[in-house]
Design a protein around this ligand. Structure first.
Ligand SMILES: Cc1ncc(COP(=O)(O)O)c(C=O)c1O
Length: 432
């Protein structure tokens, strides 16, 4: 082999070696990049796991965000559809909602409206309730129940409640009716019952009193849409049932909304007229003084989406209540639901035994558990009803409840982690 050939071969071998070395270096670089990426991913995953472990997810009293995630697609589609047809007032969604609500509740007429408060006003106005009338109602409820009675000019006569169900005490109702008949000149006009925290009351008993004294019955079902007694749905127990679609209610929209339910076609026709300025045959034929109390089409569209998951949510509320009752009964008085009744559990309201409310709420707050007090004062003692001159000693149960009730988180999206945190907090508070 001559020298030149040796040189050329050596050169080729060198080039070949260089190429291989370069290839190996490239592969090594790629492998290093991959290893770095993998490490980064593992570190990020680890970080996330640690974050999740350390995370103290803020708990909501009513978790609308979790529900919103579930219905987001449907709500957006509904919104797009309404934007496209443009019937923002009394659009087709309103008629569809009324049809579906009538089917759900099991009633002939549903008239949707702008709030639970307006639902009560529509019912009272349609029944012709006015100055000089006595309307009997619960002493322990939300202000709007009695506010609307006073707004139409009538006199609210407050009745103390039952300490277990929180609803009007039927014996005290009859006592109040007899006393009003004997001692005042007021007309015995109507009874507005309240299905408080989602539990309807014994309507056979209410009806007996109403019939005996020739009074109408209105069910304030603002908190009890979805509840039932022996299969009969809340909203159907009075001559008129009134509900609210305030966002936090068992069936809530994303604003204000409400509905009235009735089998009485005449009352239904009057309430339909009252809802739109007392309209007659058309919008500009006003035959009575009314309200502007329509629900928005957009809210009706949202409610139609929420109705699709409502039964499932109601079932979960029952499970949540059962888990709570088991976990909390040794520390506090948990809600008692009588045989045959299904509560909508708008609130899960416990009764504390030893005047420890302020300390317990502070302790729960520090543990990330929100609470609320419904209600801090019985209605007869509120400033707005001062003109009636009522005394606390006439409402002993309502007064005691206003000092001992506490509502804790209640919604269908509470999970095991939430229950664990709540039960641990109660255990630490009561067992130290
Ligand atoms: C018992 C009761 N009645 C009436 C209402 C009034 O409903 P809205 O807020 O929709 O006017 C409410 C709502 O909070 C309520 O809880």
């Amino acid at each position: 082999m001559d020298l030149n050939t040796i040189k050329t071969r050596t050169e080729n071998i060198k080039n070949e070696m260089m190429k291989r070395a370069e290839g190996l270096l490239k592969e090594a670089g790629e492998a290093r990049d991959k290893a770095e990426d993998a490490l980064k991913a593992i570190t990020e995953q680890g970080r996330q796991v640690l974050l999740n472990l350390a995370e103290d997810k803020p708990m909501a009293l009513i978790d609308l965000a979790a529900q919103q995630k579930r219905i987001e697609g449907g709500v957006k589609k509904s919104f797009d559809r309404i934007m496209a047809h443009g019937h923002y007032i009394m659009g087709p969604e309103v008629a569809e909602l009324e049809k579906q609500l009538s089917e759900y509740v099991g009633v002939k007429n549903t008239i949707s409206c702008s709030s639970g408060t307006d639902a009560l006003s529509l019912a009272l106005m349609a029944m012709g309730v006015k100055a000089g009338d006595a309307v009997f109602t619960s002493a322990f409820t939300f202000f709007a129940t009695a506010e609307t009675i006073a707004l139409v000019g009538a006199t609210p006569i407050f009745v103390d409640v039952d300490p277990v169900t929180f609803n009007m005490d039927i014996d005290k109702l009859e006592e109040a009716v007899k006393e009003t008949k004997k001692n005042t000149k007021l007309n015995l006009k109507a009874i507005v019952t309240v299905s408080l925290f989602g539990l309807v009351m014994d309507y056979d008993a209410v009806r007996k009193v109403a019939d005996k004294y020739g009074m109408k019955v209105i069910e304030d079902a603002a908190q009890s849409f979805g509840a039932s007694h022996n299969g009969r749905k809340s909203g159907t127990f009075g001559d008129v049932g009134c509900t609210s679609f305030f966002p936090a209610k068992p069936l809530g929209c994303y604003g204000d909304g409400g509905a009235v339910f009735t089998d009485d076609d005449e009352l239904a026709a009057v309430m339909r007229s009252l809802r739109v300025h007392g309209q007659g045959t058309d919008k500009y034929d006003n035959v009575r003084i009314g309200l502007n109390a329509r629900i928005d089409t957009v809210q009706a569209g949202i409610l139609l989406e929420k109705l699709k998951i409502f039964d499932d949510e109601m079932e979960r509320r029952q499970q949540v209540a059962a888990i709570y009752a088991e976990g909390l009964k040794e520390y506090v008085d948990v809600p008692q639901i009588p045989e045959g009744y299904v509560s909508a559990f708008a609130q899960y309201t416990i009764k504390l035994r030893n005047g420890e409310r302020e300390r317990l709420t502070g302790f729960l707050k520090a543990s990330g558990i929100p609470t609320a007090v419904y209600y801090r004062a019985p209605l007869p003692l509120l400033g707005a009803f001062k003109y009636l001159g009522l005394k606390a000693e006439d409402y002993p149960v309502s007064v005691a409840l206003s000092q001992s009730v506490l509502s804790i988180p209640m919604h269908p999206y509470l999970d095991d982690k939430d229950f664990a945190r709540i039960f641990k907090a109660f255990e630490s508070f009561y067992k130290g």
